[in-house]
Design a protein around this ligand. Structure first.
Ligand code: NAD
Length: 260
C-alpha cells in the first residue's frame, strides 16, 4: 500500500520505531531511520531493510532535542527520497522522579524529545503533504497521554501535549488528504523492559511471572505485553485507504489499561 511513498520514523534504531520502519518498508515505502546506537548495528538494520524489502533506506543521526538537526533531517529526507508521505514521531525518553526533585534539564529534554520534536518534524513535512494531497502523521504517544502515574510529570505532560497537538494539526489539514493520529501503547515488550526483570526479581524476591504480572503489568488487565509488531501494524493500517476518515484520534493499544 506504500509503493513509491517515503516515510520518516524518528527514534527508529531500536524498539517500537525500528518495527514501525520495517512494517512500512514491508508495504513498499522508502524509509529514513533515525536515532542513536552503535554505528555497525544501525548500518546492519538499515542495510537489512533495504535488502529484505527492496526499498531505499537511509539514516539520519539527528538529535530530536535539537531543532536545527531536525530541520536538516527533514530536508535530507525530501532531497534524497523526493518526498515525505508518512511521518512517524516515535523518539521518546523517560525519567522518573518526584516533581520537587525533578532535574530541570531532564524536564527540558523530555519536553524537547517527546513533544517539541514532533512540532518541528510536522511543520517541515506538512507543506509537501499538502502539495501532494496525501499525508499520514502518526505520533506514538502512550497510555500516559490519557492517564497519569506518579513521578512521571514530564513524560505525562509531554504525552498529553502530543495528543493535543495531534488533534489541532488534524483539524488544520482536514480535507486535504492528510490525517494526524496518536497511537497510545500500554507496556510494550522491548529489550529495555526485558532487561529490568532479573534485577526486580532479585530486589523483591519474586519469580519472573510475579514481576511481569504484579509489578510491570499491574495496570494492564490483560496481563500481557503489547508487541512492537502490533504497534507497527496499526501504523501501517493508518496509512491505508481504510483509515482515510480516521483523524485526530487516539488509538489505545494498552490491554485495557485506560478502560479502568
Ligand atoms: P526505545 O528506548 O527502545 O527506543 C527509543 C528510540 O529513540 C531509539 O531508537 C533511540 O535511539 C531514539 N532516541 C532517543 N533519544 C533520541 C534523540 N534525542 N534523538 C533521536 N532519537 C532518539 O523506546 P521504545 O520503548 O521503543 O519507545 C518508543 C516510543 O514509544 C517512545 O515515544 C515511548 O514514549 C513510546 N512508548 C513506549 C512504551 C513501552 O512500553 N516501551 C509504552 C508507551 C509508549
Amino acid at each position: 500500500i506504500l509503493t513509491s511513498k517515503a516515510a520518516v520514523v524518528t527514534g527508529s534504531t531500536g524498539g517500537i520505531g525500528l518495527a514501525v520502519a520495517r512494517g512500512l518498508a514491508k508495504e513498499g515505502a522508502d524509509v529514513v531511520l533515525n536515532g542513536f546506537g552503535k554505528p555497525e548495528e544501525i548500518e546492519k538494520a538499515r542495510a537489512g531493510i533495504a535488502a529484505e524489502f527492496g526499498v531505499r533506506a537511509i539514516y539520519s543521526g539527528a538529535d530530536m532535542s535539537k531543532p536545527a538537526e531536525i530541520a536538516e533531517m527533514m530536508a535530507m529526507a525530501e532531497k534524497e527520497l523526493g518526498r515525505i508521505d508518512v511521518l512517524v514521531n516515535n523518539a521518546g525518553i523517560q525519567f522518573v522522579a518526584p516533581v520537587e526533585d525533578f532535574p530541570v534539564e531532564k524536564w527540558d529534554a523530555i519536553l524537547a524529545i517527546n513533544l517539541s520534536s514532533a512540532f518541528h518534524t510536522i511543520r517541515a513535512a506538512v507543506p509537501g503533504m499538502k502539495a501532494r494531497g496525501y499525508g499520514r502523521i502518526v505520533n506514538i504517544a502512550s497510555a500516559h497521554s490519557i492517564v497519569a502515574s506518579p513521578y512521571k510529570s514530564a513524560y505525562v505532560a509531554a504525552k498529553h501535549g502530543l495528543l493535543g497537538m495531534t488533534k489541532s494539526v488534524a483539524l488544520e489539514v482536514a480535507g486535504q488528504g492528510i490525517t494526524a493520529n496518536c497511537i497510545s501503547p500500554g507496556y510494550v515488550w522491548t529489550p529495555l523492559v526485558e532487561s529490568q526483570i532479573p534485577d526486580t526479581m532479585k530486589a523483591r524476591g519474586l519469580t519472573k511471572e510475579q514481576v511481569i504480572e504484579d509489578v510491570l503489568l499491574k495496570a494492564q488487565p490483560t496481563k500481557e505485553f503489547v508487541t512492537v509488531e502490533q504497534v507497527a501494524a496499526i501504523v501501517t493500517f493508518l496509512c491505508s485507504d481504510a483509515a482515510k476518515q480516521m483523524t485526530g484520534a487516539n488509538l489505545s493499544v494498552d490491554g485495557g489499561w485506560t478502560a479502568q
